[in-house]
Design a protein around this ligand. Structure first.
Ligand code: GFB
Length: 309
């Protein structure tokens, strides 16, 4: 990928897509294209094919998806499986038909079995039952990574996939019903502080473990893979470190400066107990993360106060 290569970032205004655009621009890339929902509905096959025929991008980062936290995934499984399959089928097939040089498909660590050995290696995929709360999204993402693998195997298409751990950072979704835990707790603790509330509700038991990667690291890892990897197997992207939801809540509470209590609502699902990624494959390729969790939470909280309120 050269600085003047024509690069399409699908989902260029989202949490990951916007970070990829920032990273590419920092690296001097000058020919980056994106389309908003209004400009291009990726669920509409005809529009997607027209776009690829007219624009003929050379490289594609497929960061567009219907995403959400445990609550949204649990409530809307039909939407999560159908819309994500539509988006990825349309983009991957159009990329193939219009001879895109290379495509990177972005998945998620929820593709792995609920109870598989930790840390999770890429080869554990499909070795057991999925976590029920995000089975729909996981099946869509598994299909996408397998589709890239099979287009490479059958046609020699340079389509690769990466599977990130839980991501957070600027431009995240802070809506309390559809968001992931990190932005939800940042917002809850902030609003509890400014409104002098006595407690903040944390969903579940607080015992699940999660790994968190800042989206700027995710973007850097994606650009690194686009330039340095062409294998069939997907690649995990993460930090290799995990924290309990309780520890996360206490860390965010301290950073925000809330002095009240935590209340755990056990009526909300815990989801998968752990999903720590084995990141040795990416490390051996020559990439590791940089943003430490506390620094990332502080900068995300700053972004939230500057941009969301
Ligand atoms: O981040 P999260 O929504 O998704 O939840 P998953 C992580 C853990 O945080 C769960 C707990 O155990 C939640 O119960 N949690 C505590 C909260 N308080 C809150 C809160 O206020 N909001 C939220 N959202 N969680 C997602 C998958 O699973 O991981 C997606 O559903 C995707 O498909 C994503 O794969 C990366 O980490 O459980």
């Amino acid at each position: 990928m050269e600085r003047n290569s024509k690069i399409y970032v699908a989902g260029h205004r989202g949490l990951v897509g916007s970070a990829i655009v920032r990273n590419l621009k920092e690296k001097g890339c000058s020919n980056i294209i994106g389309r908003t929902h209004e400009e291009l509905d990726l669920k509409d096959q005809k529009s997607v094919r027209n776009f690829f025929r007219e624009e003929k991008p050379e490289y594609v980062f497929l960061a567009a998806a219907k995403v959400g936290g445990i609550n949204a995934n649990n409530i809307y499984p039909a939407d999560f499986i159908y819309e994500n399959l539509e988006i990825q089928n349309n983009v991957i097939k159009a990329a193939f038909d219009y001879k895109v040089k290379k495509l990177l498909f972005l998945g998620s660590s929820c593709i792995y079995p609920k109870m598989c050995p930790q840390p999770i290696k890429e080869k554990y995929l499909l070795s057991g039952y999925l976590e029920a709360t995000n089975e729909a999204y996981a099946l869509a993402k598994i299909s996408g990574l397998k589709m890239c693998q099979f287009f490479k195997r059958q046609y020699g298409a340079d389509f690769i996939s990466c599977m990130p751990t839980n991501l957070y950072g600027p431009k995240d979704n802070f809506d309390l019903n559809s968001s992931h835990v990190m932005p939800a707790l940042i917002r809850k603790f902030h609003e509890a502080k400014v409104n002098n509330k006595e407690f903040v509700e944390v969903w579940g038991t607080g015992t699940p473990l999660r790994e968190f990667l800042h989206v700027d690291d995710m973007a850097d890892g994606c650009v690194f893979l686009m330039g340095n990897y062409d294998g069939e197997e997907h690649v995990n992207i993460g930090t290799g470190k995990e924290i309990t939801i309780r520890e996360l809540a206490e860390t965010i509470k301290e950073i925000v400066g809330f002095t009240g209590e935590l209340k755990f609502n056990k009526d909300k699902p815990d989801g998968t107990p752990r999903k720590l990624l084995d990141v040795s494959k990416l490390k051996e390729l020559g990439w590791t993360y940089k943003v430490q969790l506390k620094d990332g939470i502080k900068s995300t909280y700053h972004w939230f106060k500057e941009n969301y309120l």
